[in-house]
Write a protein that binds this ligand. Structure first.
Ligand SMILES: Cc1ncc(COP(=O)(O)O)c(C=O)c1O
Length: 367
């Protein structure tokens, strides 16, 4: 049995009857950019994360960039994040002219190690971006305690962590803002590009809304200069249809993860993902570690089981960031997870048979 890594077509089939009228409405009203569908979605997405505001933007990368921009991060500044993330986290920093400073991750949660964070802070540190990677929130109580002690704003990269919680609070509620991606494959995905920022800060929300739309809050009057980071009306409509289903999809992901974890624990040298005791992990990705990663990857691929690597080369070793001067060995945990991590099929609509097939194939591999 073939098992795809993710199946977006299947989800569409279940939503078609709601989706087509919503999208048609956009064409009939011609509200293609921002407009009511985006405003409605922003309001509901903010509510879903217990946040005062959500600002819809073009991508998750825009979401991260717009917060740093609104915080006046710029040339000469440093922003601390992790090397074990998608490159967009660091690009958002580079786009402001600031320098990304990496710290290693915790070996169990794969998120920013707060003990290393404190050591990386310098007088130039203007912001800290913990990444709620794979859907697991970072150690936000510890990170916030350090950041608050130094008076440094925290921007949460929640691009993979819609509805995730830490210590009973939604992601995006710890720092000054949370950045979300609505890339199609995300837990909440648009039918194209999309992103959003949540915040409780009135002034920051106002400024980000302006930056998103060329620095204006009145058409053709520009108090500051900004960019075009507006969310499409069509994507607002799509996301508005999908959002009411997100909690149930998240429960399904968590249930699938539970089955994987119960049956893969103790198999060969597999290390299953650990949910930190204070976290509600939303399993955007289900990533196991094994010293036999490359051969397991080939074995599953040959059996038409979709797998992925998130991410095979850490940012500090990427060609694009060679100017930062990092070298192999600088972040040993990050490097180990990059070499050993394998993402298994994970999406809400996975069936018991499909999960069984994946687990059976992994059992066969270790036999
Ligand atoms: C951790 C992380 N940060 C940022 C982004 C950027 O989001 P987008 O692709 O919507 O620009 C992504 C998306 O892949 C991500 O996974």
């Amino acid at each position: 049995m073939k098992v795809p890594f993710v199946d977006l077509k299947l989800q569409y089939q279940t939503l078609k009857h709601e989706m087509l009228p919503a999208v048609e409405r956009i064409m009939e009203t011609s509200q293609f950019i921002l407009g009511k569908s985006v405003e409605d979605f922003e309001k509901k997405f903010a509510e879903a994360h217990a946040s005062k505001y959500c600002i819809g933007v073009g991508t998750g990368t825009d979401a991260l960039h717009i917060v740093l921009w609104a915080l006046n991060v710029g040339p000469g500044d440093e922003v601390i994040t992790v090397s074990h993330t998608f490159i967009a986290t660091a690009e958002a920093i580079s786009l402001t002219g600031a320098r990304p400073v990496f710290v290693d991750i915790d070996p169990v949660t794969y998120t920013m190690n707060p003990l290393l964070l404190e050591k990386a802070i310098t007088p130039k540190t203007k912001a800290i971006i913990p990444v709620h990677l794979y859907g697991q929130p970072g150690a936000m109580n510890d990170i916030m305690a350090i950041a608050d002690r130094h008076g440094i704003p925290v921007v949460e990269d929640a691009c993979q962590a819609h509805l995730a919680q830490y210590d009973g609070k939604f992601v995006g509620q710890f720092g000054v803002a949370g950045a979300f991606s609505f890339y199609p494959g995300k837990n909440l995905g648009a039918y194209g590009e999309g992103g959003g920022v949540t915040t409780n800060d009135d002034a920051l929300a106002k400024k980000m809304r302006m930056i998103r739309d060329h620095g204006s809050d009145k058409k053709y009057y520009h108090a500051i200069w900004g960019h075009n980071y507006r969310l499409d009306g069509m994507q607002g409509a799509v996301l508005g249809v999908k959002l009411p289903h997100l909690a149930q999809w998240t429960d399904a992901r968590r249930a699938h993860a539970k089955v994987y974890t119960a049956r893969l624990s103790g198999l060969g040298d597999i290390v299953v993902p650990a949910e930190s005791p204070l976290a509600k992990h939303v399993y955007h990705l289900y990533v196991v570690q094994t010293g036999n990663r490359d051969s397991l990857q080939s074995y599953l691929t040959e059996r038409e089981i979709g797998v992925g690597l998130h991410y095979p080369l850490p940012l500090h070793l990427q060609e694009a960031y060679k100017d930062l001067g990092y070298k192999n060995g600088d972040f040993p945990i990050t490097e180990k997870v990059a070499a050993q991590g394998l993402s298994l099929p994970m999406f809400a609509e996975l069936t018991h048979e499909q999960i069984d097939t994946v687990i059976g194939a992994i059992e066969d591999f270790f036999d």
